[in-house]
Design a protein around this ligand. Structure first.
Ligand code: ZN
Length: 387
């Protein structure tokens, strides 16, 4: 991680030294390499940074949130501070764009297709979404792009959260000029030492920021067809839940076994996903006033299960190198298998282990936030974990 950050700092300090970073849309990597518009992705990220700049106040009003693409096979995103400058960098690697797109392509295509939902996945809201997509002639590409841009927004929003909440003050104490690589797998156990827990708490706070950016993005989408698709809060809820699962699947959420929790080495992406799904449910229940809560709950389960099922099933598929008969062999995937593959089965069913860990992170954040240097007044970035 340190080598990557050093390299990033060198690149940002002296752009001419490295051809692998793009600071503006005109110099993004060859667009032909990507199945999506890398230009649009760049412009979206830059727009989010510009929106963030408008919120900076007081002594931080002259700071600049800036965006760059790193052309790298390592899929991650970074919040980076260059000492002595007023730049709050958000760096996104090309490989992370590709990983996110791969998840969104699977889920968006499934949502636009004729294939039946697995029993237990569809709560009615997904069928409703599919009928709107069909009746309004919304192309599958547009649904995929909607999800893809939502996941990008969530991750850029996470990096912007590191900046906005002023996490640099804490990282500086640890000798870091950047928040840790987002794709790093973290141990999650109450046996962690205090500074580990502090880092986890900062990540969860940034995740909360990412979730708020995601909700804002889906609420303010400009395309008229998408606007009508997402206008009712229960359908927007479903898309939010799908995007959350796609985001953490893109960051590496995967199955974790029973023994791993005792050694304290399981992938935190699953836990972050779970924490954000629960927070999402809480925030939208509070914000919805007009919608019956159970309708939102159905939408939440529907979006979560569809994304987990599609991504999980894909990961469980026999690969071609398993032999010539692999593709024709009988392969039964249940929702449980799928949930397991994206790490959600364990987190859903092992709340007794996770809740004390998450509660500890919330406690740590309440202490840490007083030591950070927020770029604007942040009242309550982390509510207590809801039921
Ligand atoms: Zn982070």
């Amino acid at each position: 991680m340190k080598a990557t950050i050093d390299a990033l700092l060198r690149i940002i300090g002296e752009p001419h030294l490295n051809e692998h970073i793009a600071f503006d849309a005109a110099s993004v990597p060859d667009p032909q390499r990507f199945p999506f518009s890398i230009d649009d992705a760049f412009l979206l990220c830059e727009r989010l940074c510009n929106e963030q700049a408008l919120k900076y106040v007081g002594a931080h009003a002259n700071r600049r949130p800036r965006f760059a693409i790193l052309d790298s096979a390592s899929g991650s995103a970074y919040a980076v501070w260059t000492p002595g400058t007023a730049d709050d960098w958000v760096i996104f690697s090309t490989a992370l764009f590709q990983r996110l797109y791969a998840q969104c392509l699977l889920v968006g295509t499934a949502l636009s297709s004729e294939v039946s939902f697995l029993p237990g996945v569809d709560t009615g809201v997904l069928t409703e979404i599919r009928s709107v997509v069909t009746n309004e002639l919304i192309p599958s590409d547009l649904v995929v792009e909607l999800l893809f841009h939502a996941t990008i927004t969530q991750i850029v929003g996470h990096e912007l959260g590191h900046h906005a909440y002023g996490h640099d003050a804490e990282y500086a104490k640890l000798g870091l000029s950047a928040a840790p690589d987002e794709a790093t797998e973290w141990a999650a156990s109450l046996a962690l030492n205090q500074s580990d827990l502090d880092l986890h708490a900062l990540e969860l706070a940034a995740d909360h920021s990412g979730l708020e950016w995601l909700i804002g993005f889906l609420s303010g989408y400009k395309d008229d067809r998408i606007k009508s698709l997402l206008l009712p809060s229960h359908r927007r809820m479903s898309f939010c839940a799908m995007a959350v699962v796609c985001t953490y699947a893109g960051l590496g959420a995967k199955a974790w076994g029973k023994s791993e929790i005792s050694t304290g080495k399981h992938p935190v992406a699953s836990i972050r996903c779970y924490a954000m799904l629960r927070l999402l449910r809480h925030l939208l229940r509070v914000a919805s006033g007009l919608q019956p809560a159970d309708n939102l709950d159905e939408a939440w389960w529907g979006g979560t299960f569809l994304a987990a099922d599609v991504i999980g099933s894909f990961r469980l598929m026999p690969t071609l190198d398993e032999g010539p008969d692999a593709s024709s062999s009988a392969f039964v995937v249940t929702l449980h298998d799928s949930l397991d593959m994206v790490g959600l089965k364990r987190v859903f069913f092992d709340e007794a282990t996770l809740n004390p860990y998450l509660a500890e992170l919330h406690k740590r954040w309440k202490v840490l936030r007083n030591r950070c240097r927020p770029r604007w007044r942040v009242s309550e970035p982390l509510p207590p974990m809801p039921d």
